[in-house]
Design a protein around this ligand. Structure first.
Ligand code: 6MZ
Length: 345
């Protein structure tokens, strides 16, 4: 990757209207907020502040270290008010960098100690939608509910039912995700919940192949979810099956390099996907954790693929068709692109 080309692409990538289709709420938390919450919780002994700071400051950390950090984040984001605050800040930050549509994914959590149920957690998330960015249509926000790989079949089904019920009630829920530490859990545990989601008409965006697990990757590809995240560790056979499937891939460059899943951006498998005209969408995964922005991810992708401006705009615009937005909103998003003052492909 040519650093000069990266810098040259940044202004366009910042100005570009963008869609974020793979961002975890608690991975998008502002560092300043995380440190503030950690300082509060270190006083009551819940977390070790120096430990958290040292993990946050590390530029690259393995997947297990990353999940250790998520464990710490979980300890400081326990109550409803904090969940609402984080959601509001994340939406404001996305809107500020010209993201016009986001599918924010989050894992509904039970926390009996503070009277939190999966539903009340989601209500706290939606209370964070009370921002000027949404009110003035600067950004459209939709939610994807995540099943954590540590969960039981029953807990996963509870999340899917909650997504269905809340969507029926008019909440902006558009799909189901499977995420969490890829070293934990088995496909057969989650399959009943994912099958139920499909029966209920909820699209699926599943994490796939973050670690080498050919059996699970094969099962996921056979299941044919609407979108896949990462697909980093695929053997030849699964790679060919992925290409043949045409299942769109959510590409998270900085995250994959930071977690040492991929050696560097230039060697990232998205280059081959792009050249094969496989549907891809550029995403951040966890912008707070990996200190990145969607504009930066687009500039990285553009410099790595050696794209001209028209191709960058086209790549960003294609995300509309890969989103789970309702048809009318897709039309609105197309118009927003068409009215932007950027060169159209
Ligand atoms: C797998 C990830 C992830 O749900 O509490 N998460 N799962 N791979 C990744 N790549 C690095 N990044 C984040 O957001 C944080 C949760 O999202 C999942 C993990 O389960 C993490 O605890 P929420 O809002």
């Amino acid at each position: 990757m040519d650093p000069e080309a990266f810098v040259a692409h940044l202004p366009l990538c910042r100005a570009l209207p963008k869609l974020e289709l793979h961002a975890h709420l608690n991975g998008s938390i502002r560092s300043s907020t995380l440190l503030e919450l950690a300082a509060e919780h270190s006083q009551n002994g819940a977390v070790s502040y120096p430990e958290l700071v040292s993990i946050i400051e590390k530029e690259k950390r393995s997947l297990p270290e990353t999940f250790k950090l998520f464990g710490l984040i979980r300890l400081v984001t326990t109550n409803h008010q904090v969940v609402t605050r984080i959601t509001r800040e994340v939406i404001e930050d996305f809107a500020a960098e010209n993201i016009i549509y986001v599918e924010l994914r989050t894992t509904p959590k039970n926390n009996p100690a503070v009277g939190m149920t999966k539903r009340s957690y989601m209500e706290a998330v939606m209370a964070g939608f009370n921002t000027d960015s949404i009110a003035f249509n600067r950004i459209y926000v939709r939610l994807i509910l995540s099943i954590d790989r540590r969960e039981t079949t029953e807990a996963a089904i509870e999340t899917v039912r909650l997504a269905f019920d809340m969507r029926q009630e008019g909440c902006e829920i558009v799909g189901i995700d499977l995420s969490g530490d890829p070293a934990i859990g088995e496909w057969k545990t989650f399959l009943p919940a994912l099958t139920l989601a499909r029966e209920m008409g909820l699209p699926l965006a599943l994490h796939c192949g973050e670690v080498h697990n050919p059996e699970e990757v094969k099962s996921i590809l056979d299941f044919h979810p609407e979108r896949l995240g990462h697909v980093c560790c695929l053997d030849d056979l699964e790679w060919q099956a992925l290409l043949a499937s045409k299942i769109p891939v959510e590409v998270c460059l900085t995250s994959n390099v930071a977690t040492l899943t991929v050696p560097c951006v230039a060697d990232h498998h998205f280059v081959e996907l792009y050249k094969a005209k496989h549907p891809i969408v550029i995403c951040t995964d966890d912008p707070g954790i990996f200190c990145t922005t969607l504009s930066r991810e687009y500039a990285l992708a553009a410099s790595c693929l050696d794209l001209v401006s028209e191709e960058v705009v086209k790549l960003a615009k294609e995300a509309i068709n890969l989103s789970f937005a309702e048809p009318q909103l897709k039309q609105t998003l197309h118009q927003l692109f068409d009215f932007s003052h950027l060169k159209q492909a």
